[in-house]
Design a protein around this ligand. Structure first.
Ligand code: NAD
Length: 499
C-alpha cells in the first residue's frame, strides 16, 4: 500500500508521528493509500522552514512572483489529465467534474498573475505642504489554509495562490480524505520556480489543525469546511490574535416562479442537485416551486430526468453523471437523513436507497433521491445533507418562498428561475445570501470577483479570491512623509491637520 508524505522545504517527507489515516477509492471501497497525520512538532518544523525563506520571497519583486504563477498555470494545463485522474480516484467525482475542480483553481492562479497591479497601493501627492502620503500592501508573513475534501484542487489553490503572490509563505493542511492532488500541486509550484519552503503541505487531522491555530508565527488562516469546525477555527484562531476567515456549510434554495421555463429549471436542478453527488457547498438542495401547479409540473419533469441519471465510477469517463460519496460514513449519514425525512412525514418521490452497481457493491454509491412536501421543521430541511437528495418545499407565494431562503441559518448561495425581471431584481436585492443566481443554478463567481456566503456559512471578514484575497493576505502600512526645507525650525506640539 502506498504511504503518502508531507511536502516540506521542497521535498517529500515521511510522517514521523506514527499516526495515519486511510485514503479510500470511493468507487470500490478499497483503501488505496495511507496518509500521515502530523503532530505539533511536524507542524512547527514546517513553519520554521517557511519562516527562514519568507523574507526573501517577500523581497522578490511582484512581477517575478507573478511569472511563477504564469508557469504554474502552464503546468496545470500540461498535467490536467493526470491531476483529474488522481482527484477522481480519491474523491470519486467524474473526470469532467474533476477537470472543472482543477480549472476553477487554475483561474485563481491566472488572476494572481495580476499581483503587481493588485499590490500597487495608493499615493496622495501633496497631502499637506511638502507632505506625501502613501499606503503599501505588505505580506502578513506566514499564512495557513485548512481545506475540505470536496474540492481538493480548487480550494487549496484559492488559498495558496493569492497568499504566495502577495509574498507570504503558506502552510497547507488539506483534507485527509483526498491528499494526493494537493501534494501534486506543491510539486508543480516547485517546478514553476517557487523557492523551497514557501509552500509547505502538512497532512493531518485535528492535531495538526490545533498546532496551526496555536502557532505564534502564523498570522492568518483561511478555512473551508463544515460550519461547526469553521466556528471552532474562527474562535480559537482569533483568540490567538490571528486574522481568520472561515467558510462553512450551506443549504441552497432555488425558487421556481410560475412564469419560469420549467424545462430549463428542471435541467438546472438536476445538475445543481445531483452533480458531484450533491457534495458541493453550492449544490442546490432545496427546490421551492411557487404554487401547486408549478410544483406538480416541476416534479413530473424532475422524475423523468432522474430516471435517466447515470451513477457510476469515474473510470466510465463521460458516461456517468455522478459518482460515489467520499466515505462509508458519508453514505451512512445521508441515508440516515433520508430515513428521518420519511419518518418526519416528507413524501419520497424517488427512492435511491437500494441503489447498487454490479462489480462496485462495496463502493460508497447512493442513488438519487427526490422529496416532496418537505417542511421547514424537518431535519432534511434544517441540516446540510451533502448527498444526492433534493427536497421540495412548496410555497404559495413569492414572499413565502423568499422568506424560506431568508430564514434558513445558512446563506451561501441561492437562485431564482423566472422570466420576470422585476421579480428577479427584487429577489437579488432583498435576499440575505452571499451569492445569487438569476436563471443560473450554481452562481459561483469567477476568479476576479469574490466568493463567500452570509449568515452561518461564513465567519470573519472578506471573501475568497478576487480583490478580497489580496486584502486578506496583506497588511496595509500607510506612510506620511515630508521633505520640507524648514524641518530644522523645531517641533510642532498640536495635532497635525492637513488643511
Ligand atoms: P470538515 O469540516 O469535516 O473538514 C474541513 C477541514 O477541517 C479538513 O481539513 C479537516 O481535516 C479539518 N477538521 C475536521 N474536523 C476537525 C476538528 N474537529 N478540528 C479541527 N479540524 C478539523 O469538512 P469536509 O467534510 O471536508 O467538507 C465538507 C463541508 O465543507 C461541507 O459542510 C461544505 O458545505 C463545506 N464547504 C464549504 C465551502 C464554502 O466555500 N462555503 C466550500 C466547500 C465546502
Amino acid at each position: 500500500m502506498t504511504e503518502l508524505t508531507h511536502f516540506i522545504n521542497g521535498s517529500h517527507v515521511k510522517g514521523k508521528s506514527g499516526r495515519f489515516a486511510d485514503v479510500f477509492n470511493p468507487a470500490t471501497g478499497e483503501v488505496q493509500s495511507k496518509v500521515p497525520l502530523a503532530n505539533a512538532a511536524e507542524v512547527a518544523a514546517a513553519v520554521e522552514g517557511a519562516k527562514a525563506v519568507q523574507p526573501e520571497w517577500a523581497a522578490t519583486n511582484p512581477q517575478r512572483r507573478a511569472r511563477i504563477m504564469m508557469r504554474f498555470v502552464e503546468l496545470l494545463n500540461r498535467d490536467m489529465d493526470k491531476l483529474a485522474e488522481a482527484l477522481s480516484r480519491e474523491h470519486g467525482k467524474t473526470i469532467p467534474d474533476a477537470k472543472g475542480d482543477v480549472q476553477r483553481g487554475l483561474e485563481v492562479a491566472e488572476f494572481c498573475i495580476g499581483a503587481p497591479h493588485l499590490l500597487k497601493g495608493e499615493f496622495t501627492d501633496s497631502a499637506g505642504p511638502g507632505i506625501d502620503m502613501y499606503s503599501m500592501r505588505q505580506p502578513i508573513g506566514i499564512a495557513a489554509g485548512i481545506t475540505p475534501f470536496n474540492f481538493p484542487a480548487m480550494i487549496p489553490m484559492w488559498k495558496f495562490c493569492p497568499a504566495i503572490a502577495c509574498g507570504n509563505a503558506f502552510i497547507l493542511k488539506p483534507s485527509e480524505r483526498d491528499p494526493s492532488v494537493p501534494l501534486m500541486l506543491a510539486e508543480l509550484m516547485q517546478e514553476a520556480g517557487l523557492p523551497d519552503g514557501i509552500l509547505q503541505v502538512v497532512n493531518g487531522d485535528k492535531e495538526a489543525v490545533d498546532a496551526i491555530l496555536d502557532n505564534e508565527d502564523i498570522s492568518g488562516i483561511g478555512f473551508v469546511g463544515s460550519t461547526p469546525i469553521a466556528e471552532y477555527i474562527y474562535s480559537r484562531g482569533t483568540a490567538n490574535g490571528k486574522r481568520v476567515q472561515c467558510f462553512g456549510g450551506a443549504k441552497n434554495h432555488m425558487i421556481i416562479m410560475p412564469d419560469a421555463d420549467l424545462d430549463q429549471a428542471a435541467d438546472a436542478l438536476i445538475g445543481a442537485g445531483y452533480g458531484a453527488a450533491g457534495e458541493r457547498c453550492m449544490a442546490i438542495s432545496v427546490a421551492v416551486p411557487v404554487g401547486d401547479a408549478t410544483a406538480d409540473a416541476l416534479i413530473e419533469r424532475l422524475v423523468t430526468r432522474i430516471e435517466k441519471l447515470k451513477v457510476g465510477p469515474y473510470t466510465a469517463g463521460n458516461d456517468v453523471d455522478y459518482g460515489p460519496l467520499v466515505t462509508a460514513a458519508a453514505k451512512e449519514k445521508v441515508l440516515g437523513l433520508v430515513n428521518s425525512g420519511i419518518e418526519q412525514g416528507a413524501k419520497l418521490v424517488v427512492d435511491g436507497r437500494d441503489f447498487s452497481l454490479q462489480g462496485y457493491e462495496d463502493g460508497f454509491f447512493v442513488g438519487p433521491h427526490l422529496f416532496d412536501n418537505v417542511t421547514s421543521d424537518m431535519d432534511i430541511y434544517t441540516q446540510e445533507i451533502f448527498g444526492p437528495v433534493l427536497s421540495t418545499v412548496r410555497a404559495k407565494t413569492y414572499e413565502e418562498a423568499l422568506k424560506l431562503a431568508m430564514d434558513h441559518e445558512y446563506g451561501n448561495g441561492t437562485a431564482i428561475y423566472t422570466r420576470d425581471g422585476d421579480t428577479a431584481r427584487n429577489f437579488a436585492n432583498r435576499v440575505n445570501v452571499g451569492m445569487v443566481g438569476i436563471n443560473v443554478p450554481i452562481p459561483v463567481p469567477l476568479a476576479y470577483h469574490t466568493f463567500g456566503g452570509w449568515k452561518k456559512s461564513v465567519f470573519g471578514d472578506l471573501n475568497q479570491h478576487g480583490p478580497d484575497a489580496f486584502r486578506f493576505y496583506t497588511r496595509t502600512k500607510t506612510v506620511t512623509s515630508r521633505w520640507p526645507s524648514g524641518i530644522k525650525e523645531g517641533g510642532e506640539f498640536s495635532m497635525p491637520v492637513m488643511g
